[in-house]
Design a protein around this ligand. Sequence first.
Ligand code: FAD
Length: 502
Amino acid sequence: MLRTGDDYLKALRDGRRIYIGSELVTDVTTHPAFRNAAHSYARLFDFKRETEGMSFEENGERHSFYYKQARTIEDLVFRKNGHKLLADFSYGLLGRSPDHVSSFVTGMTMKPEVFDVPGHGFPDHLLAYYKHLRDNDLYVTYAVHPPAGAKNWSQDAKAHLFDSPSLQVVASDEHGITIHGMKMLATGGAFVDEIWIGNLTPIAPGREKEAVTCAIPVATPGVTLWSRKSMERMAESTFDNPLSSRFDESDVMLFCDHVKVPWQRVFTIGHVDLSRAIYLDTAGHCLGNHQSNTRFWAKLQFIVGLANKIAQSGGVRGIAAVQDTLGRLSALEATLAGMLDGQVLAHEAIGNGFVMPNRRYMYAALNWCQENYVHICTAVRELMGGAVFQMPANVTVTQDEALSDIFESFWSTEKESALDRMKLYKLAWDMLGSEFASRHLQYENFYAGPSFVVRAYSMRLAPWAAFDGIVDKLMAGYGPGTGREPSGAPLTDFSAAEAVAG
Ligand SMILES: Cc1cc2nc3c(=O)[nH]c(=O)nc-3n(C[C@H](O)[C@H](O)[C@H](O)COP(=O)(O)OP(=O)(O)OC[C@H]3O[C@@H](n4cnc5c(N)ncnc54)[C@H](O)[C@@H]3O)c2cc1C
């Protein structure tokens, strides 16, 4: 089933409880902090339903593309193209869009045996949950990191484990478990149907009560979401803040106050290694972050377009140094496009007849995005100069005839009206300079974990033996008796090219 936007909005009116400061919000479809974004998601559901290439048919039912389990390279191309269409819809600004965590879940179902640890893992629960999400076209995000207060846990603190603020299992019976505590940071949490709770951050032995993976509907009794400041509410108008007014996806802390979870929604319990292995030893992390790479690509294309428009508007596009900047930006965009194609082309088998994108290339792209985003944004801000601050505070200036006349006469350029210039620079500032933009900088830095964690994935998967072999083979080709002889005899006959190629 593919939901309509209206179906989605109806489901959001489920009595969920979200705090903005001390204010309790229960209907995100009407509240000024959330309503525009809620309607953007609704339009996204309609767009997905109506657009070719964003759904597939199985056993007579249509499903969203991100629930497709990949068996062939064509399936991977289908998934990648779907991610791109979906990301283009929001200019790459919805990070935890409906195709992110659902791709994690789909990837896990391609190797469910990882969950098969008696007493601790439940592969059948995972498969049933996947069907539940897929068949009802649900939107799920995740909170898979402990809050700050849980970090300095030690053996000494073991006796006080229940003092940890991190979400943990506090009771269980034949119906299910009771969880209590906090998890961070569920992006999209205000707009999803479901939240997946787990542990991507490794947890130490002794913290088994925290080693729970489960999923709950947002409106489950005992669940409250604690939201950061809403950028949507701060937006002056669509003209002044065209992005933050519509695509503020929300970031919320998840607090569970003795929340009951039925066993069918518990996927792992009481096993610290298993609670993390389900992401890394299945295709979960790979499919999910391949989506992130593709989403970043959409955002990058948008930013490169902005850079070009700004250079034109500023009348500097003909200058060699500016063209150098534009050339560099477009090379970066093409680099990422190539990395995405490479992930698909060099795909890996994961068993059970399934394939996933190349993990090393995917993690390399993740690291590349994390390292480059700030430099890309800085380059475009440099092109902007001070133009944005030359613009009136907001669009109301156009409502006053006298002011509007002055504005059009003195702010326009040979090729552009004052209003068009204002429109472009307001958009650019929303994307690159506003508080919304700053949140995006932080998002691109941390959504997949801090940089040392992202690089650790590459460290883990690199073929170190093969790399060492190159060096070993080269060094084996010469010794103290080879090379330039004291007499000035010719250099060694050993060929470096042969050693590397061999
Ligand atoms: C906008 C945004 C959206 C997010 N969305 C989600 C989401 O949807 N779901 C989710 O589960 N999580 C989400 N996160 C959380 C994210 O995964 C965490 O922020 C991330 O794991 C980093 O944890 P932290 O914030 O506690 O930082 P910390 O771990 O406290 O790190 C702070 C700094 O210290 C450095 N540091 C810490 N430990 C070490 C070390 N051992 N060695 C070297 N340096 C170290 C880090 O590199 C970093 O620079 C989001 C975060 C942000 C900012």
